[in-house]
Ligand binder design. Sequence first.
Ligand code: NDP
Length: 449
Amino acid sequence: MNYIQQAMEIARGTNCVGDTTFFQAIEEVLTSIKPFIKKNPEYIEHNIIERIISPNREIRFKIEWLDDKNRIHVNNGYRIQFNNALGPYKGGVRFHPSVNPDILKFLAFEQIFKNAITGLHIGGAKGGADFDPKGKSDQEIMKFCQAFMTAFYNSIGEDIDILGGDIGVGEREVGYLFGQYKMLTNSYDSIITSKPIALGGSEGRISATGYGLVYFTQTLLEDMGETLKGKICTISGSGNVAIHAIEKLYDIGAIPVTCSDSKGTIHDPNGIDLALLKQIKLEQRASLELYAEEKKTAAYVKREDYQGGSYVWDIPCFAAFPCATQNELGEESAKKLIDNDVKIIAEGANMPTTTQGIELFMKHQILFAPAKAANAGGVAVSVLEMSQNSAFNYWSPEEIDQKLQEIMSKIYKDIKKICDEYNLDMDLAAGANILGFKRVAKAMVAQGV
Ligand code: NDP
């Protein structure tokens, strides 16, 4: 048995028992770094793989909070401080009923490599709670955020572990989390990013992941002599990443025609009405069903009425952008996209495509922009926010946007260089994994055991 297979067996037998999503992420990374390990056997000597697939620290805590009727609730909170070889732990916080240690370990593991790919000095982490923000009042959200922070504030710090947003955690939640940290520690340390502008947030952070996704895709396509301009694009999700991806797609002249939420999918062949979408999802925090009621040109397909994944992927398109959640684009959906002659898949969500889906895209030579690279704009601008906060500095939206474009373009070029070096053709997923692994492994070796 070779070294990588042996590490995978260790992962399956110890680190990942019952953790199928975490194992999926490990398997994907380890499979693609084989040529790198073959060329650099010194990393076997340092046992880097067994060390890199095991989190440094897993924190689990109880969150007790009071609802508006003074009833007491209990939720589970977690923080996975996975690897800090390159810098302080950095990664978002997710509030969703599906949150569990498996999902968070997968997200934290992915975050290590994504953060490394940006070229910035940050480690990888992820956290969250199995709390459902849906249907809660503002006051309840605030109380929950305060209880969450109270339960584990002494495990983080601006040089130790910096939080951020993710599913269910936007500006409002970040503001409350930050406020509670300040209250408990009497400090204004930048322990969380994606803050509201009024609290020192970056002008471009909210839009950075979605905008960065489109910049990355456009850079890749231009390198292939193609463009998104004038092309039909399908997007899943209707949260932070999806909305800003749609916004940027319009900016560059593309035609985004779908969006979705946990209840269903909208297909608006004339192009998604962005103002209406923002009003429904950001202001009213309501279901997309309302969109179809307002807009007669649009079709609405309920998730419960649709078998076989998401209806988004039935719609013919040039480019598909999965921006909702993990494993939302499986084999059946991939087949439909290929049959409909899709040219590129660009991942906005973390690991939205299943292993079988990716294999199909590779087999049919469909361009594939992996999440670790394509959605790294969010964390990159988070680091700009941290740097502004520590320097008491301010960068305008234009300055941030310029930096974001440069970062996304550099990420693409760095990955392409690795692809060329290892004869990977356009397997950007493998290139991204090798690039991220190489940077983290080097730092681990330099620090000794
Ligand atoms: P939001 O909470 O803003 O939006 C999530 C969207 O996905 C909502 O439309 C939600 O529907 C839908 N959704 C969530 N879970 C499911 C599910 N199980 N099935 C179907 N639909 C679902 O989150 P973000 O936009 O911030 O995050 C989306 C993805 O992007 C995640 O994978 C996240 O990890 C990743 N990401 C986010 C970054 C960021 O900067 N925010 C950075 C990098 C990656 P509904 O409205 O009904 O809840």
